[in-house]
Design a protein around this ligand. Structure first.
Ligand SMILES: Nc1ncnc2c1ncn2[C@@H]1O[C@H](COP(=O)(O)OP(=O)(O)OP(=O)(O)O)[C@@H](O)[C@H]1O
Ligand SMILES: [Mg+2]
Length: 229
């Protein structure tokens, strides 16, 4: 009998190619194997076009890979009858390079909206949002809209929005790319601390050497060689 617990995340023979209008496909990602435990922090690095964003989109079930498997807790997230939307709402926090905060809503409202989408009860969401705003040093800015926040404040609000529903994995795509070194350090510190405290798997795609050196686990992607037909 196999009594081994599967790793929290396991990727097997993952491939993705995007279809193009003129009957060709762009080979975008090739990753034979990767596994990670809860609470681990992993940096995904590689040259531009090597598939870092594609990988994060697949892990968030925003796109379905053209080959291979992604298992979380031993369960294939792309198996028939699995809902990508449910997986995202319950288990994923996503941080974008460009923050993607909703422009018409305040920092607090952006965080509460994300909590609502993930079905966090209102009073729990408020309590968590308040505590995150304080920890992220955003309390005094909580009623300001994104355009009224500095880039560092916007990215901290994006971190709060990504973690408010206590996801089991945080996917962060170049989260420090728009920030200066000081703000990048602040965002990375709080992100790694929040994830370690709650045993959340953190996967960061980055070009930034200063960010990369913070991680014991680094997954290197290579630009796929061939154009698929
Ligand atoms: N929607 C799409 N349709 C067609 N091709 C795409 C699409 N998105 C990405 N690609 C291509 O797939 C490959 C991988 O892109 P991806 O954005 O994942 O790379 P990346 O490693 O994140 O790059 P960067 O470091 O510049 O952000 C590239 O060749 C890109 O042009
Ligand atoms: Mg990218």
């Amino acid at each position: 009998m196999n009594t081994q617990t599967p790793p929290f995340l396991e990727i097997r023979n993952l491939r993705h190619s995007y279809s193009q209008p003129v009957k060709s496909r762009v080979q975008a990602l090739s990753l034979d194997h990767m596994s990670a435990a809860k609470g681990e922090a992993v940096a995904v690095v590689g040259p531009s076009g090597s598939g870092k964003t594609t990988l994060l989109h697949i892990l968030a079930a925003l796109i379905c890979p053209t080959g291979g498997e992604v298992l979380f807790g031993g369960r294939d997230i792309f198996a028939p009858h699995q809902s990508g939307a449910l997986w995202r709402a319950e288990s994923v926090g996503y941080i974008f390079q460009e923050m993607n905060l909703m422009p018409g809503f305040s920092a607090l409202e952006n965080i509460l909206l994300a909590a609502e989408i993930s079905n966090v009860p209102g009073f729990v969401a408020r309590e968590r949002a308040n505590s995150l705003l304080q920890r992220l040093d955003l309390w005094n800015q909580r009623n300001r809209r994104p355009a009224e926040l500095s880039l560092g404040e916007q990215q901290r609000a994006a971190v709060a929005r990504a973690v408010v529903h206590s996801p089991s994995v945080i996917l962060a795509d170049e989260p420090t790319a728009s920030l200066d070194a000081e703000n990048a350090g602040i965002v990375m510190n709080i992100l790694t601390k929040l994830c370690a405290e709650s045993q959340t798997l953190l996967i960061i795609a980055t070009h930034d050497e200063a960010v990369k050196t913070r991680f014991e686990r680094v997954v290197q992607l290579q630009r796929p060689q061939k154009e698929a037909i």
